[in-house]
Design a protein around this ligand. Structure first.
Ligand code: DGJ
Length: 768
């Protein structure tokens, strides 16, 4: 809802409000963002404006009549040169070589239109729209601020710069969002990491120094995730949290700065380092759309808001809430060593176990014996697959499962026909030694003809056989960046070219489920999610690491956007051995897949996986689209009616002194009654070692033939939890689980809880 009250604007969602006004001097003063407020008169909102009778000490007075010092105001935008020394939103160089900007209010209107951006992806769906035009005081340049108000407690902003001058305008910085707070009582939360080590949550205390979270590697990157939060020392379920994200997949920057008067500013947008854009007469520069959300129900509250927003307003309509198949991926099962026989045997085994999609990962195309060659040549390798992809895809479909394929359309190896034909179609500096990543070049998507050509190659490939799914990988970041376009524009043109390619291909092949990937989560952002509904979250599938990685993604992204695989042990990245159950329990919260040679597994492991698949299929809607909550040592997913839920407990380390474990639910209806029970599990007696003799009537020698034979036929029965209670009890007090094992024997009243203990709990509304 939008209210225009004289010179003030009040934007309200279901539970939040955002207010601003035009200052007598023409700038836009930010008045408020937080819990919903009501106001019907301009005077009401003026209560929220800063009261300044004089500038402080050596602050700059904006003009002689007013008493404003821009440095000490909360502003909706800000530039260089008029006394605001904080991180600016815009930085321009005018033809007269000046760079002071002073954008003043000119015009505002509002409607219900959500206009797409022309060069970048943007949110979609029903919302209110406030359009504000500002004009630069001394040059014919407009700054357009669009605010989109989604009733589900999200407000988005876009910023556009329009050059009405005859001469070129140099845009050195065009950020998307600036939000000023009156105080500095916040923690700034960022998610940083690296390959197979994504999404470490960092909590930064604010001080007068700037905190910068940024990427300059050409991708949004695992080094600095675009999604950040400002929290007023909130907890998971209480306290105020502001969340911010950017619909952009390239270099980005989020800066938090506390001013000399203890005001906090956050700025988000394209990273201005390595950025400089020449805007010709009458051209428009579009900054990426920025997202803000606010919750006073803690981090879980904010997550629920962002989850809904991403599913409803970012993911393409045809894929939002569409259940995704359980897949088997060939990568860790075969790496580059794929051939028809191996593929078909794995696919057959997978289909018999209930898996629904076979994904042929890297290694299938011409000359791809290892990662030094072949990228760019998107034709099947006839030595590995003599009868071609069409034949293979048909055979796999005949097994009753779908077929998917891996591509890396943004890359080429020097050792490829593509590179030999088009050595000038890659990002590099001619005549200099190039530093490569994974032996490959990034192809130059800042050039239209390169994008058009790759669209044709991918169109030919996707039409050549029965493809239901595509994994779109991107395995290096950018170095030695140079192209024929203006320095400072390459990174941004690359991203625009990438979006054009993704847009064309996803529209041309609407039935194909696309999954983004960049060596795992090196490009996990809302730009990619605007085209591809899901992303491979990390190459790290070790359940211990993975729990943290998924937990962190869940702060800003719904679990339906991240794919998780159950892989083999020892884990290929960490060499850690964790139980199959834990690998499944963690992977199930989101989109489930397997990435292991199923043919090599034991009978018990195969039986367990079959059971996992049955459980996942039964609860798929909840695992993929339920409202997700972070609980103590685990997660819960709850359906919209709050009548069904699944909880998961994960305890990586067995601590003797912490044997009393209580599972406290979240998200249930306090007034409803529920049946709470666990997934019944069985364990291989070998997991007990010689302790099995405390429960066995006969002595079993470790490693003996009888040990092996008994372990095939006799399994330990896990504990049983079976309770009825009210939602209020399950949430406020929780279920005291059976006691953990401790050298005293083992029976159904004891929880078998070695390291990496995990359990699923099912919670269903009940009349009992
Ligand atoms: C990196 C991806 O993250 C892996 O899953 C796999 O697809 C490899 N690339 C293949 O080269």
């Amino acid at each position: 809802m939008i209210k225009v009250l004289g010179s003030a604007f009040l934007l309200s969602t279901n539970n939040t409000s955002y207010a601003m006004r035009v200052l007598p001097t023409g700038q836009l003063e930010h008045l408020y963002y937080g819990q919903r407020i009501e106001a019907d008169k301009e005077e009401d909102l003026l209560v929220l404006s800063e009261k300044h009778a004089f500038p402080l000490g050596n602050q700059i007075a904006y003009d002689e009549e007013s008493s404003y010092s821009l440095e000490n105001m909360r502003l909706e935008y800000s530039g260089y040169g008029k006394g605001d020394f904080r991180e600016p939103l815009v930085e321009l160089v005018f033809p007269d070589h000046t760079s002071t900007t002073d954008f003043l209010f000119d015009y505002a209107t509002y409607n219900k239109e959500k206009k797409p951006l022309h060069t970048l992806p943007s949110s979609h769906g029903e919302c209110d729209h406030l359009y504000i035009r500002l004009k630069e005081r001394n040059h014919d340049v407009d700054l357009i601020l669009d605010y989109y108000i989604y009733e589900e407690d999200v407000i988005t902003r876009t910023t556009k710069i329009i050059n009405h001058m005859k001469e070129d305008l140099i845009v050195e910085r065009a950020m998307s969002l600036c939000l000023d707070f009156e105080d500095d009582q916040f923690e700034f939360i960022t998610f940083n990491g690296g390959w197979a080590d994504e999404m470490h949550k960092h909590i930064h205390n604010l001080s007068s120094a700037k905190i910068v979270n940024a990427s300059c590697m050409g991708t949004s990157s695992s080094r600095a995730q675009n999604f950040v939060m400002l929290s007023r020392f909130a907890k998971e379920d209480e306290g105020e949290v502001y969340g911010f994200n950017l619909i952009y997949s390239g270099n980005h920057k989020e800066v938090v700065e506390v001013s000399s008067t203890h005001k906090t500013r956050i700025v988000t947008g394209i990273n201005n380092e390595q950025f400089s854009y020449c805007l010709k007469s009458e051209e428009v520069f579009e900054a990426p759309e920025a997202i803000m959300g606010y919750s006073y129900a803690g981090f879980n509250g904010l997550s629920n808001i962002f989850h809904r927003f991403v599913n409803e307003h970012i993911i393409k309509k045809e894929w939002a809430y569409k259940e995704r198949p359980i897949l088997i991926n060939s990568w860790e099962a075969m790496y580059f060593n794929v051939n028809e026989k191996r593929i078909l045997s794995l696919a057959k085994e997978a289909s018999e176990m209930g898996i629904e999609l076979f994904v042929l990962d890297d290694g299938w195309f011409k000359g791809r014996a290892d990662d030094t060659r072949g990228l760019g040549d998107w034709e099947v390798d006839r030595k590995k697959l003599p009868k071609g992809l069409d034949h293979l895809s048909r055979k796999i479909h005949k097994m009753g499962i779908k077929f998917g394929i891996w591509v890396e359309p943004e890359m080429t190896n020097e050792n490829s026909d593509y590179y030999r034909e088009h050595p000038d179609w890659v990002i590099k500096i001619d005549g200099q030694m190039q530093s490569l990543g994974r032996h490959q070049y990034v192809i130059d998507l800042s050039k239209d003809e390169v994008v058009d050509d790759m669209i044709s190659r991918m169109t030919a490939l996707f039409s050549s056989c029965q493809i239901d799914y595509v994994k779109w990988d991107m395995n290096r970041v950018m170095s030695d960046v140079f192209s024929t376009c203006r320095k400072g524009e390459v990174f941004h043109h690359y991203i625009c070219g990438l979006y054009r390619m993704m847009d064309t291909l996803t529209s041309r092949f609407p039935h194909i489920l696309f999954e983004g990937c960049a060596s795992g989560g090196n490009r996990f952002d809302l730009g990619i999610l605007s085209y591809f509904p899901q992303i491979w979250a990390s190459d790290n599938t070790d359940s211990w690491c993975r729990f943290d990685i998924q937990n962190s993604y869940s702060y800003g992204y719904p679990q339906s956007t991240f794919t998780n695989h159950v892989s083999g042990v020892p884990n290929h990245q960490t060499l850690r051995v964790t139980p199959l159950a834990a690998r499944f329990h963690v992977a199930a919260f989101g989109l489930l897949g397997y990435e292991v040679n199923l043919l090599d597994l034991s009978k018990k492991e195969k039986e367990d996986i079959k059971q996992q698949i049955i459980i996942y299929k039964k609860q798929r809607a909840l695992f993929q689209f339920g409202n997700m909550y972070r609980v103590d040592m685990g997660w819960m997913v709850v359906d919209e009616k709050r009548s069904r839920a699944v909880g998961m407990l994960f305890k990586p380390i067995n601590e003797l002194s912490k044997k009393t474990v209580v599972f406290k639910c979240k998200g249930l209806d306090p007034l409803k009654r529920y049946h709470f029970y666990n997934q019944k599990m069985t364990f291989d007696i070998k997991e007990m070692g010689s302790l099995i003799n405390t429960a066995s009537p006969i002595h079993i020698k470790q490693g003996s033939l009888s040990h092996r034979v008994i372990s095939k036929f006799v399994h330990l029965q896990g504990e049983e939890e079976d309770h009825y209670a009210s939602g209020s009890l399950l949430m406020n007090a929780g279920v005291f689980l059976k006691q953990g094992f401790s050298a005293t024997g083992f029976n159904e009243d004891v929880r078998f809880d070695p390291d990496f203990f995990s359990r699923l709990y099912f919670i269903e509304e009940s009349a009992l």
